[in-house]
Design a protein around this ligand. Structure first.
Ligand code: ADP
Length: 354
């Protein structure tokens, strides 16, 4: 089978999948109990009995169990390889010209960074994605020439920061729309990566830059969105056509709600900005799921930045990350409700047009 035919077939297949299921998938991942949590007598409140059918039970107290349904439910035994296996067809579609967004959503400490970044021994979706893109690019070298660049950005308090910039810049980064309508951030570093060996160090540079200027790295990370953008330029050697597509991999700020009485000043501003951007993301995705005629992209920097890759022909995947602990029940239910709304299966009342 000639590659162009194979690709045409694949596009038809993708379109069928899209029509049948919509473009938005939600995968749920629960972090395992830590040793010290087990020795302190904690037991999980999550029931994974029907996980293989995409069902998750939450023991909400007494004999009651609340059931949620997603496209995938992982058990704490599922590792980085299992998780990536499900995400990989979607990430690979960026090489066929699709725009793709992947988010990790959830309370701080539930494994968002573990899923997306991972560690050197336990690499996450970001690294595995690039590894797969290089592998496929190599397999297709007779028919396509690919050029892959990456940017690493942070959105903190509704401001964009370039985590690959060699020197901190006081210049405010803004989202602009090019003449052909494409959204971009002029002036950011786009690091061209030629092979997988270069990738880990670029990702580390970005990750380390998150700490700069903050007293507490973990706290800062939990209050900002970290965004890896992979830009793919493809030249089809059969017909000379060029295509451009983007893949966004986003480790979102912690979704926990802070008790109003506890926060003031800078913390209050941070909390309001996180709240605003996560609600805006939920609103955009659910407006897309319900095929609303107006999609409120402009309500946050995050959704504005990702506008070209949310909706239309693009694909969206959200990892909803949860804790196994009873003490986190409230946050867990709130995250699962958010994810259910995003999945668009349970549609709410008619949306107000904004
Ligand atoms: P978040 O980014 O949501 O704040 P982290 O990714 O930092 O959470 O995870 C919190 C802690 O839990 C880290 O020490 C991380 O290594 C651990 N962890 C999270 N998910 C898993 C998992 N699936 N398997 C093993 N450890 C995990």
């Amino acid at each position: 089978l000639k590659f162009s035919e194979e690709q045409a077939k694949r596009k038809v297949l993708y379109n069928q999948i899209q029509e049948a299921k919509g473009n938005i998938r939600v995968f749920c991942r629960c972090r395992p109990l830590r040793k010290e949590e087990i020795s302190a007598g904690n037991a999980t409140i999550i029931d994974f009995d029907a996980a293989k059918d995409g069902e998750l039970g939450i023991l909400t107290g007494g004999s009651t169990k609340k059931i949620f349904k997603f496209d995938r439910v992982y058990t704490p035994k599922d590792d980085q390889v299992d998780v990536f296996a499900d995400a990989s067809p979607m990430v690979a579609s960026v090489l066929d010209g699709f725009n793709v967004c992947i988010f990790a959503y959830g309370q701080t400490g539930t494994g968002k960074t573990f899923t997306m970044e991972g560690s050197e021994q336990n690499r996450g979706v970001n690294y595995r994605t690039l590894e797969q893109l290089f592998k496929i690019a190599q397999e297709r070298k007779e028919t396509f020439t690919y050029s892959i660049s990456v940017s690493v950005l942070e959105v903190y308090n509704e401001q964009i920061r370039d985590l690959l910039a060699s020197a901190p810049t006081s210049k405010k980064l803004e989202i602009r729309q090019a003449s052909e309508g494409v959204h971009h951030v002029p002036g950011i570093v786009k690091a061209k990566v030629e092979n997988i060996k270069e990738v880990w160090s670029v990702l580390q540079t970005g990750s380390n830059a998150r700490a700069i200027g903050s007293n507490n790295v973990n706290e800062h990370s939990s209050r900002s969105h970290c965004i890896l953008c992979i830009m793919v330029r493809a030249k089809n050697l059969m017909n000379g056509e060029y295509t451009k597509s983007n893949l966004w991999l986003v480790d979102l700020a912690g979704s926990e709600r802070l008790a109003k009485t506890d926060v003031q000043g800078e913390r209050l501003k941070e909390a309001q900005n996180i709240n605003r951007s996560l609600s805006a993301l939920g609103d955009v995705i659910s407006a897309l799921a319900s095929k609303s005629s107006h999609i409120p992209y402009r309500n946050s920097k995050l959704t504005h930045l990702l506008q070209d890759s949310l909706g239309g022909d693009s694909k969206t995947l959200m990892f909803v990350q949860i804790s196994p602990l009873e003490q986190d029940l409230g946050e867990t239910l709130s995250s699962l409700n958010f994810a259910t709304r995003v999945r668009g299966v349970e549609l709410g009342p008619a949306r107000k047009q904004t």
